[in-house]
Design a protein around this ligand. Structure first.
Ligand SMILES: Nc1ncnc2c1ncn2[C@@H]1O[C@H](COP(=O)(O)OP(=O)(O)O)[C@@H](O)[C@H]1O
Ligand SMILES: [Mg+2]
Length: 226
């Protein structure tokens, strides 16, 4: 179970506070496929980074099971993340001077098993692209590489930031089906998006607006009042 309890993230901008997240309280069940929908600027990326242990909230708690994520030391958090989290970024974030295969192999603190990496890439239709650099790939190939990188260490949770936002429909479907397969194999998935593209893959859709959870997908409001 993942628990966000009154998570707030604010930034100081020109003397004023900008709230990226405001008192977001949310539970995600193991094995759930959750879609978080919201317009641009509503806090979706901030939410994912916070859940991933990459961004400390200004207030509130993020728990993964018994683990209070931001009570861990930085080193413990890095280790935990490498073991449990796969992250798929909207703009892929591949290393430009590494091959497709090396991008997948070298993503974590310890290289992933080579056979696993090759198999992941083959499954995603990239067997002919292992030695290509990202600049030599289409957007769909880049995102499939990024997905292989997220999957290669068998994480428990995949966080995907608008993973199909830059893809044609065929590639988008490949990516979403692979995430569904990851769920079928026992994983938990959180996907954020500004559109309804992912609703049909999700078990639950929640809505963010201006940093607030306005619908937590179970019929009760996500707003905490005040
Ligand atoms: N590092 C930052 N510094 C200041 N403001 C930020 C920062 N990151 C995000 N924000 C602001 O927080 C809000 C939510 O951003 P973000 O989580 O990226 O939204 P989304 O992913 O839904 O487009 C936006 O208003 C954005 O400008
Ligand atoms: Mg974003």
């Amino acid at each position: 179970m993942i628990n966000l309890e009154q998570v707030t993230k604010s930034y100081a901008k020109n003397g004023a506070e900008v709230y990226a997240l405001r008192e977001v309280t949310l539970e995600i069940l193991p094995g759930e496929f959750l879609a978080v929908r919201g317009p641009s600027g509503s806090g979706k990326t901030t939410l994912l980074l916070t859940v991933a242990g990459l961004l400390r909230p200004t207030a509130g708690k993020v728990r993964h099971g018994e683990r209070d994520l931001y009570a861990l030391s930085r080193g413990q958090r890095v280790e935990w993340r490498a073991a449990e989290i796969g992250f798929v970024f909207q703009m892929f974030h591949l290393v430009p001077y590494l091959s497709v295969l090396d991008n997948v192999l070298l993503a974590g603190p310890i290289p992933a098993p080579r056979e696993t990496a090759v198999r992941m890439l083959e499954e995603l239709g990239l067997s002919g692209r292992l030695k290509h650099r990202p600049a030599e790939l289409s957007a769909g190939e880049c995102q499939r590489t990024a997905l292989a990188r997220a999957l290669v260490r068998s994480p428990k949770l995949i966080l995907a930031d608008e993973p199909t936002g830059n893809l044609d429909p065929d590639n988008a479907e490949t990516v979403m089906r692979r995430l569904k397969q990851f769920q079928a194999d026992g994983g938990t998935v959180i996907v954020v998006t500004h559109s309804d593209d992912h609703d049909r893959y999700a078990d639950r859709v929640v809505r963010l607006e201006a940093g607030q959870l306005v619908d937590n997908g179970d019929g009760t409001t996500g707003k905490t009042g005040g």
